[in-house]
Each structure stands twice: as structure tokens, then as C-alpha cells.
Design a protein around this ligand. Structure first.
Ligand code: PHE
Length: 499
């Protein structure tokens, strides 16, 4: 091929023009298609200019090739009939098939033959002594590439289908703006070497092909946690819960702990358990926390109220202002409940949920990371009881496919009573802890301004635990963090809860 390219460039250089690439192909003894390949590539490099030459001709069909040798069907039939005539049956034997049928019809139309029905069985007889086989002569002309009268050509092509039209292109070639005897391969990359030697100044670079299709992006795969989150969202929304805004990882200790009646000397508020921020280390309490509410929180911690004795210690504003990475999404719930209590038009019952990231200063092992996701639900309404909490939990967990539940008394600073939730795993044959729950304490709700008869039932669980069970992942570091294999993310199936 490279050779053919060289020959073509040489010929063009010698004669300034190649009048017809078809003739050039013949002179080189190669197929014209091979020359076309070379033309296209040289054209793309602007080394030559190619002008189309359109060609048209008729060619014989396979059937008409045989008539070129043996005579047209009508001539074959005329010959078979002979001077004495012949019966139709005999004619069919002598000129069988298509040729016999077509030839008989044509010869009758030409009035070369007639059908004599005078003596019993009809006989085919000649009406003329001799004929000229014009069809065969026309086919010979077509085969020789000679021009034939238009009417004859159309009759042979359309009515008798003995010849077929053929169209093709060849090219007139002239030198292009970048003509050269040898192709300079344009560089596809600027190299350090070109820069060092300065050859980039004269180097030809390949044009960008803006029409080239790129590699299909392999993005767009959802992580298992996101799939399970979608399922949880569905369950919550089906149960009439509204999602809380959780897009704030940094919280003040106030919303994360103090508003939840968690005393300031509680061990969870230690730097060993919580990530505190150093920059900025604090959120001034006048930002978003009204002074009267702050005052009521301080007072409930110090001396109690609403039937509580409080903790009896000296509450420090500076401690409440400390910034931290939220340790639970209950920080979001406390903000939302305060808003609910103080919204224009007064309190209205609400059902809220959230699913988002929380952070704990913990030693990392195969089941613990320093960050994970919490799923939290809460119902805020008048006159709610522990029975309501158990009922909602039964509904919620049965939608996950966990129908057998048990509850165990537990402790949270902000709920009373509190219950750990256990579910029986048929797979493992044992009871497993699946969540934590309770009724928010009056020490939390009343300072916010929620009416006395309003209760809040709430529960929380991790998103990771059910995801690991569903996807058969036994090391949390395979699910979340820098060790996660991307192919795991690409391959994992959609999530179906409750099946
Ligand atoms: N905040 C609790 C936790 O971090 C979960 C919880 C939410 C418990 C709501 C009771 C009520 O485990």
C-alpha cells in the first residue's frame, strides 16, 4: 500500500495530473478500491486534490451472458421450430425453462412464428424464412462497452431485465497544497525533545479530530450505601415522613448535646469520643439560638424544671459554643423540633426523617469507622405513648423485611423511656441489635417551647449495618473509605429491601 502511495505521488509529480484514477489502477494492475484508499488518506493530509468523475454503464446479467453465446431466447426458439414446424410439447423439450417461455412470447410478438390449429394438435410454425437476432447484437454491444440506443437499453434493462445499470466513481487527481513525494507523518504529541531541539517550530502536527467519539465514561454507578439510602427514603416517604435538611456536618455543641439535655461533663463530650473543631473553634451562641431559649436550656441543666431536678451543676456557655463534627443526626432533629415549636401559626404535628453522615472519634476496626451514616425517624404529636413508638417501629422494620422485633430498656441522655431494638435473624438464627429508640425527655422539648401535651417518639440506626448484611460485606473498610474497590461499586446489584 505504501508502495502504491509512492507510485501515485510519483506519477502526479511527473505529469502534474492523473486524469482518471481508474486508468491509473489499471496501469498499476491493482483494484480501483485500493487506489481509492490511498486517495482518501492523501486527501486528508491535503497532499492531493481529488475531483469526482461519475461513470455509468450497463452490464450483462448472468442470464444474458448465456444468450450472448447461444443467441437470444426468441432466436433459440425460432431455430428450434425449424422449417416444418413443431408441436408445443416438443418445443418445451428443445428449449426448456425461462428461455423457452420468453423466447416463444417474443417470437410471436415479432411475428416470426404463428400457432397453426388447423389439424388437431396445435403446431408452432415459422412465418418468415430467416431472422436477424437484434437482441443478441445489442447484448454484444453492451458487453463490449459500446453505446446502445436509449430506447433499446431501457427495454433490455426494465422490461426484459437482461442488462443492469452500474454506477461508480473514479477521480481526477491534482497536487494539493501540501504535496510532497513522501508523506511527512504529522506528530500527534508535543514532546520534550521537540521543545529542547526547537523542532516544534517546523514540525507538522496532526489536526484534532473533533468528530472522534470518546471513550464511554464509566461513571454513574451508585455506591451500595446510596442504593440502600434510596430504599430507606422510600419507606419513610411511604409512611408520610418528610426529610430534614442534613447538609451541615459542623454543629455547635449546643444543638448536638446541650439542647438534648446531655450534661456538659458527659463522657461523650470528651475529645476522645468527639471531633472538636479548632478553626473555627466556636459558634457564638447568639447566632441562631435566641437568648430566652438558651436561658431555659441553661436553667433546665442547672436546676431542672418541668418535673425534673436537673443536673445541679454550673452550665458554661463556652462549652455549648464549641464546634464539633456532629456525633449524631439527632442534632438535626433538635434544630427541627425547635423550629417546629416556634413556627408562625404555632405547633403542628410532624413526621421527620434524616439519613446522613455523622462522626465519632473511635478506633477504626472491621466494624467501626470514625464516620458513618445514621438513619433517624421521629414523630412529634400530641399524646404519643410508648405504644405508638412500638407500633411505628413495627411498621418501619417490617417494611425492611424485619418482622420479628424485641425491645430492651436502654439509656440515652435525651430519651426516657429508651429502648434498644432487636430483630430475629432467620439467617443467623439469633437476635441482632438493629437500632436505638425512645421518647424525647420533657427537659429537651419543653425549653424549646413545645406544648405540654406534645410528645416525640424517635429512633435511629446505622445505614452501614443493613447495607453490609444486604451486600454480604463483612469488613466496613470494604464498604466505605479509601480502600473501597471501584469494581465492587460498579458490579453491585440494586437494593431490594423487604424481600
Ligand atoms: N442518636 C441515637 C444514636 O446516636 C439514636 C437515637 C435517635 C436514639 C433517636 C433515640 C432516639 O444512637
Amino acid at each position: 500500500m505504501a508502495d502504491l502511495e509512492g507510485q501515485l505521488l510519483q506519477a502526479l509529480n511527473d505529469k502534474e495530473c492523473i486524469a482518471d484514477s481508474g486508468d491509473f489502477a489499471k496501469s498499476q494492475g491493482v483494484d480501483h478500491m485500493a487506489v481509492v484508499g490511498v486517495i482518501r488518506s492523501l486527501q486528508a493530509s491535503e497532499m492531493i486534490v481529488a475531483e469526482d468523475i461519475d461513470h455509468f454503464r450497463y452490464a450483462l446479467t448472468d442470464e444474458s451472458q448465456t444468450y450472448l453465446a447461444a443467441g437470444s431466447p426468441e432466436a433459440q426458439v425460432f431455430a428450434a421450430v425449424g422449417p416444418d414446424g413443431i408441436s408445443l410439447a416438443e418445443l418445451k423439450v428443445k428449449v426448456p425453462g425461462e428461455a423457452g417461455d420468453v423466447g416463444f412470447k417474443q417470437a410471436m410478438q415479432q411475428k416470426w412464428l404463428a400457432l397453426d390449429k388447423s389439424g388437431g394438435e396445435p403446431r408452432v410454425v415459422r412465418k418468415v424464412d430467416s431472422i436477424v437476432d437484434a437482441t443478441q447484437a445489442l447484448l454484444a454491444d453492451v458487453a463490449a462497452g459500446k453505446e446502445v440506443p436509449k430506447a433499446d437499453a431501457e427495454n433490455l434493462a426494465k422490461k426484459r431485465k437482461l442488462i443492469k445499470p452500474e454506477q461508480w466513481k473514479t477521480y481526477k487527481l491534482t497536487k494539493g497544497p501540501k504535496f510532497a513525494l513522501e508523506r511527512k507523518k504529522p506528530a500527534t504529541d508535543l514532546t520534550a525533545d521537540m521543545l529542547a531541539k526547537g523542532t516544534w517550530r517546523t514540525q507538522e502536527f496532526k489536526d484534532y479530530n473533533f468528530n472522534a467519539l470518546g471513550v464511554l465514561p464509566t461513571g454513574g454507578h451508585l455506591h451500595p450505601l446510596l442504593k440502600v439510602r434510596t430504599q430507606f427514603r422510600k419507606i419513610f416517604t411511604q409512611m408520610g415522613f418528610e426529610e430534614m435538611p442534613t447538609n451541615q456536618y459542623v454543629e455547635s455543641s449546643f444543638w448536638n448535646f446541650d439542647a438534648l439535655f446531655q450534661p456538659q461533663q458527659h463522657p461523650a463530650r470528651d475529645a476522645h469520643d468527639t471531633f472538636f473543631l479548632t478553626k473555627p473553634a466556636a459558634t457564638p451562641s447568639d447566632r441562631g439560638v435566641p437568648a430566652d431559649y438558651l436561658q431555659r436550656v441553661q436553667s433546665v441543666h442547672e436546676v431542672g424544671g418541668f418535673g425534673s431536678a436537673g443536673y445541679g451543676y454550673s452550665w458554661k456557655l463556652a462549652e455549648a459554643e464549641k464546634n464539633l463534627l456532629r456525633t449524631h443526626t439527632t442534632a438535626v432533629s433538635s434544630r427541627m423540633l425547635y423550629r417546629l415549636a416556634n413556627q408562625p401559626g404555632g405547633f403542628k404535628p410532624a413526621k421527620y426523617f434524616s439519613i446522613d453522615r455523622v462522626f465519632r472519634n473511635e478506633a477504626v476496626d472491621r466494624t467501626h469507622l470514625a464516620e458513618f451514616h445514621q438513619v433517624e425517624g421521629l414523630v412529634c404529636d400530641r399524646g404519643l405513648t410508648l405504644g405508638d413508638l412500638i407500633g411505628v417501629l413495627q411498621q418501619f422494620f417490617s417494611r425492611l423485611g424485619l418482622k420479628k422485633l424485641r425491645f430492651k430498656p436502654a439509656y440515652n441522655p435525651y430519651t426516657e423511656p429508651s429502648m434498644e431494638i432487636f430483630s430475629y435473624s432467620e439467617q443467623l438464627g439469633k437476635w441482632m441489635e438493629v437500632g436505638n429508640s425512645g421518647m424525647f425527655r420533657p427537659e429537651m422539648l419543653r425549653p424549646m417551647g413545645l406544648p405540654e401535651d406534645v410528645n416525640v417518639i424517635a429512633w435511629g440506626l446505622s445505614l452501614e449495618r443493613p447495607t453490609m448484611i444486604l451486600y454480604g460485606i463483612d469488613n466496613i473498610r470494604d464498604l466505605f473509605g479509601h480502600k473501597v474497590s471501584l469494581s465492587m461499586v460498579r458490579r453491585n446489584p440494586i437494593c431490594r429491601l423487604g424481600l
